[in-house]
Design a protein around this ligand. Structure first.
Ligand code: ADP
Ligand code: SF4
Length: 688
């Protein structure tokens, strides 16, 4: 296949100072939960992206000094020479595939408490550090500023020595000391580093000049800059000081990588922002600099990418999430395999990896974070080791991924689905407010397997144990999913909630099937704490019902702090007129009233509720598996070697985990059973 000429523009080489990028695909910095703790895993993750055609592959934030210690978050680290070999591993992995390696040097200033090193954080002026930690950053004097410049310069030299081609000066996401100097609200200095914008931008200018002088002969110097903080005049705006800064520094750096600040504004989920949403903020940058510009906006559509380049919005298609969801996006486009591109769904499970400090995970790409640990490659999978057929029961995310990956191994795959539609929970959930892009989990997989000659799909085929035994496949995977509980058992109550066995109780499955209460008020009982309670509240409100959401947590949709959605969700619910009751346990439902007990005061109150939507927990749909397990003696006679539960049928969890489970099953067919999760052990100095 050959490339569509409409996309030729995306494959033009672009010069960045002393280096040249082979095309316009630029993996901008992104966290991954591994950072300095797992250098081999990280090198493999970044190397795969270079192999997939990205012209520039960048690190995450890399701490330059112990006074910028992000613990407990795992970012990159370049405190001294001892950190160079770990970073060199990554640069080498990227170079092996012909890409440029970029490093984002970072001093966090007043953004981290230095919990690990216990050193006092530093800032332009005395300020508490963000994230509500009971720690303050102390105001820097001139010698501190001189020291900071030296640390940055030393880190740049080490980065160059470690093999990096592009060295960043970081000034965005409210996580950078240079940005803190810029922000009026954080800088009340009266010397030449405070007051006028020219003074507040001084440190950023000096860091760029220092870096150019130190490494500019061989390395390009990039600036990552947040043009707008989305807080109006209280912060930097794209038509105010954001623009002024770029005009002042215009051609000083070799490249501008521009975005929105903070990270939550920058990496909004598809529930809150659509592809290309940053254009209106960053479009001006190319008008005020002659240097190449990188822009982001969760780009997955090649037409949108080409259009942004053609219209002069940017020179490079910047991507973090689209490069995680499909590390081979550029290569597929280059080879005319556009249908094979696995598009990011904008769910931010990847972001949660950073927040939970665990290996990068992605809903769309199950190999993400497993490149080194399990040796999983996103595009390569070992050929089958037997001739036997594989029967997969259930075409939700787990079943679809298992079918696709087993088929890629060369197995003859049979996929049976009880319903008329493929996709399972994804098909149901994608119809809920704001979640339409999640259907890509189904569409990409269905699109791939429908073209494969070795996959047969049987719709409207609810299977029972007798059918499976009759079918006689060598391997059977049961991916029959899970259903939401109706009895209220969950985290808050280990026992059924009194009154939940009567009328007026609805589950998420009811709402998704269109069985909405005829009248309100509706009380959403959210003891799940992820997105479901919030989107069901929106769904019921859109049907004209009065809605209140009650949760035992201190905030609504508490787990979504890890996907950076907690605040946008609360704001949206408030805007829609949905009431929110926190610290509230639902202890019973009687006579059209929900009985709530306050988690702080213990006060018991009654809330009129025509209906309760209970969102607490799920139960696996495991009858088929249990029937088969009870008939294990018949398996051999039926030609069955294994029957395995996967996805929600095995353990109800996230869509990401279901996809992962299906992928793992396919990788492990006819392989020796795997032992523990492989792990990266630290290398102890002085020990071989
Ligand atoms: P997961 O997230 O684990 O993939 P889902 O709930 O999304 O689980 O999908 C399960 C799918 O399995 C649903 O589409 C459902 O219709 C289907 N299914 C459930 N039981 C059977 C069965 N006995 N035979 C065939 N398909 C089934
Ligand atoms: Fe996109 Fe979700 Fe994957 Fe992140 S986890 S890259 S948002 S699909």
């Amino acid at each position: 296949m050959t490339r569509d000429p409409r996309y030729d523009i995306l494959f033009e080489p672009v010069r960045i100072g002393p280096v040249t990028a082979r095309n316009r695909f630029y993996q901008v910095p992104h966290c991954n939960g591994m950072g300095w703790t797992q250098p081999r895993a990280l090198a493999a993750l970044r190397g795969v992206k270079a192999e997939g055609g990205w012209a520039v592959v960048t690190t995450e934030e890399v701490e330059i000094h112990p006074t910028s210690d992000c613990e407990p978050f795992h970012e990159g680290r370049l405190w001294d020479d001892r950190d160079m070999p770990a970073l060199a591993l990554m640069a080498d992995a990227v170079h092996r595939h012909g890409a440029l390696a970029a490093i984002e040097l970072m001093h966090h200033g007043a953004s981290c408490a230095n919990w690990g090193t216990r050193l006092a954080p530093i800032a332009p002026s005395h300020r508490p550090i963000i994230y509500y930690a009971p720690v303050q950053a102390r105001a820097m004097d001139k010698s501190d500023i001189r020291a900071l410049r030296q640390w940055h310069r030393d880190a740049a030299l080490r980065a160059k020595q470690a093999g990096f081609d592009i060295v960043y000066v970081y000034c965005t996401q409210d996580l950078s000391i240079a940005q803190h100097f810029l922000e009026r609200r954080k800088n009340d200095r009266i010397d030449e580093y405070g007051g006028s914008l020219e003074n507040r931008v001084r440190l950023l200018r000096e860091l760029i000049e220092d870096t150019k002088e130190a490494v500019g002969d061989r390395c390009a110097v990039a600036v990552r800059f947040g043009v707008d903080e989305l807080m109006g005049d209280a912060g930097i705006t794209h038509d105010g000081e954001g623009r002024d800064v770029i005009e002042m520094l215009a051609d000083l750096p070799d490249l501008w990588d521009v975005n929105l600040s903070t990270w939550a504004n920058d990496s909004q989920t598809s529930r809150f922002a659509k592809e290309g949403f940053q254009e209106r903020y960053t479009a001006f940058v190319k008008q005020v600099t002659g240097k190449p510009v990188v822009g982001v906006g969760r780009f997955t559509s090649p037409d949108m990418m080409a259009s942004q380049i053609r219209r002069g919005i940017m020179d490079f298609v910047g991507a973090a999430r689209p490069s995680i969801a499909d590390p081979f996006l550029p290569k597929k486009l280059e080879e005319g395999r556009i249908d094979e591109i696995r598009e990011c769904i904008g769910c931010n499970m990847c972001v949660s990896s950073d927040y939970t400090e665990t290996n990068l995970r992605c809903t769309q790409n199950p190999t993400s974070g497993e490149e080194w640990r399990r040796g999983w490659h996103p595009e390569i999978i070992a050929p089958r080791k037997s001739e036997g057929a594989v029967l997969i029961v259930g075409a939700g995310p787990a079943g679809l991924e298992a079918a696709l990956s087993a088929a890629r191994r060369g197995y003859q795959v049979h996929l049976a689905e009880a319903g008329t539609e493929l996709g399972g929970r994804v098909t149901r959930e994608a119809k809920l407010p704001g979640l339409s892009e999640w259907a890509r989990v189904r569409d990409w997989r269905a699109g791939q397997i429908e073209r494969m000659p070795n996959v047969s799909i049987y719709r409207n085929s609810p299977l029972e144990a007798a059918h499976v035994l009759e079918f006689g496949a060598w391997h059977v995977a049961i991916a029959t999913g899970a259903v939401w509980r109706r009895d209220g058992v969950g985290r808050d109550s280990g026992f059924p909630v009194p009154g939940f066995d009567g009328p007026g109780i609805y589950t998420p499955d009811d709402i998704m099937a269109g069985r909405l209460p005829a009248s309100g008020p509706v009380l959403i009982w959210d003891d799940d704490h992820y997105y479901m309670g919030g989107v069901l509240a929106e769904r019921c409100r859109a049907a004209g019902l009065e809605v209140v959401l009650a949760t035992p947590a201190s905030i609504v949709s508490a787990w979504t702090v890890n996907t950076m959605e907690a605040l946008p969700i609360a704001r949206r619910l408030a805007r829609l007129g949905i009431g929110m009751l926190t610290y509230s346990s639902l202890t019973g439902y009687r006579n059209g009233a929900a009985i709530l007990q306050h988690g702080v005061t213990g006060a018991v109150t009654e809330h009129a509720a025509g209906a309760i939507v209970t969102v607490t927990a799920r139960l696996p749909v495991e009858a088929l598996y249990l029937d088969l397990a009870a008939r294990e003696a018949e398996w051999a006679g039926a030609g069955i070697a294994s029957v395995t539960r996967i996805g929600d049928c095995w353990s109800p969890s996230t869509i990401q985990q279901a996809v992962y489970s299906g992928h793992k099953l396919a990788r492990e067919l006819d392989e020796a059973p795997e032992g523990d999760v492989p792990r990266e052990l630290p290398i102890l100095e002085g020990m071989a």
